[in-house]
Design a protein around this ligand. Sequence first.
Ligand code: AHR
Length: 500
Amino acid sequence: MQFASLTVDPAFRIGEVDPRLYGSFVEHLGRCVYEGIHEPGHPEADEHGFRRDVAALTRELGVPIVRYPGGNFVSGYHWEDGIGPVADRPTRIDLAWRTIEPNHVGVDEFQRWAGSVGAETMMAVNLGTRGIDAARNLVEYCNHPSGTYWSDRRRANGAADPYAIKVWCLGNEMDGPWQIGHKTAVEYGRLAAETGKAMRLVDPSIELVACGSSSLAMPTFGSWEATVLAETYEVADYVSMHAYYQERDGDRDSFLASAVDMDAFIDAVVATADHVRAVGRHRKRINISFDEWNVWYQTRFAGEKNLDIEQTPRLIEDVYSVTDAVVVGDLLISLLRHADRVRIGCQAQLVNVIGLIMTEPGGPAWRQSSYHPFALTSRHGRGTVLRLEPTSPVYETAAHGPVPVLDAVAVQGEDSVVLFAVNRDQRQELTLDVDLRALPSLAVAEHVALFDDDPDAVNDATNPDRVTPRRLDPPKADGGRVQAVLPPLSWNMIRLTTAR
Ligand code: AHR
């Protein structure tokens, strides 16, 4: 048995959680759109061809914003192909994923779907093969009320009111050599600045995300952010971050510490953005849009160049284990810990493609293991993030050096404090001593944990609820202290509410 402790004090605040931290991502990739959210002819399809079962799981998940339509896909996309009568829309080759794109779902359909699941759209524009004109026309199509060419085209397509899409991504991963229209930091920075300027002339209320590095491992990481932000500082509100984690060579100890890497990555991008702010004598701060993050077994994917061109291929359909779900829960802890600067987060992706939700064509939809920590954190992690300084045993990892066994964050709501905590030890329980003297009226309402005797257990179509969170006996609060026992290799939510 190991011991850790922490103090919860409402005086020590990190910042308010922006609900958009719990966003997700839908890309025209594999079976995320087609056979994912959209499948006309499915018994659950609504009159527009969207699956009601997937929409219900998405609502339950609680995603207030969804990034669309890519991803690498957006860098070759003509958004005009996806509007107007479906029968008239062209079929194209999407070169990002070497896939046949029928354009049956476009901006209007996606906007309708997003509204139906209670999410706003976060729209990405193509800065790979296109530029200023296509982007400003899309803003006009979506956000201008009426009386102009593109706004009247939207109205003719059935949407009388503007969509008022607030957040716009200026391209996607433009630092990556795999990206169609890949650019140097200066080339991209200039184009992003001028595109953003024109988009904002159409609608001054929009918020803009400039592309940061595709990952911490990119050779241009750091200098890319510095150059791009120097070019775009006046126009951008956010810089993007992307990170995917996986267990490598059976090194589970390092994998379980993935949030340590995410912490360091965020700290480095914040420092770089603030450096550009200082050099440029700027007043505003650039915040973070962590608009792609997840566990992704990239080493199992042979790469897009090896794909045969087909329609609706099964691409990157990772099946997540208990261990993966614990890491996903811990990555959310890292994002929450940086709530003062990370304002938007998009788990990538929503359905089938490294998805929280899986579907079979004509068949069921079910929750992956990682769905559960996401849904519980999104539902209960709202309010003010409190700074914790836990004491914890430490273990050695090959990838990250010494790492605390405990990772934890606390979020204070109106009459509650919710602790999210991970025990990274694969074999031993961790007794967590929580000092609540500053909040003596709190008592434990519930302790929910995700763990299993088999850390490789997964959910699938035949056993969709093999992995679900379990309720543990809620520990008693005694004299302003609570002692909770965190099972080995577990993600935990301990909800404390005002005793009535
Ligand atoms: O989410 C899958 C892909 O990962 C996205 O298309 C791309 O932006 C990233 O490399």
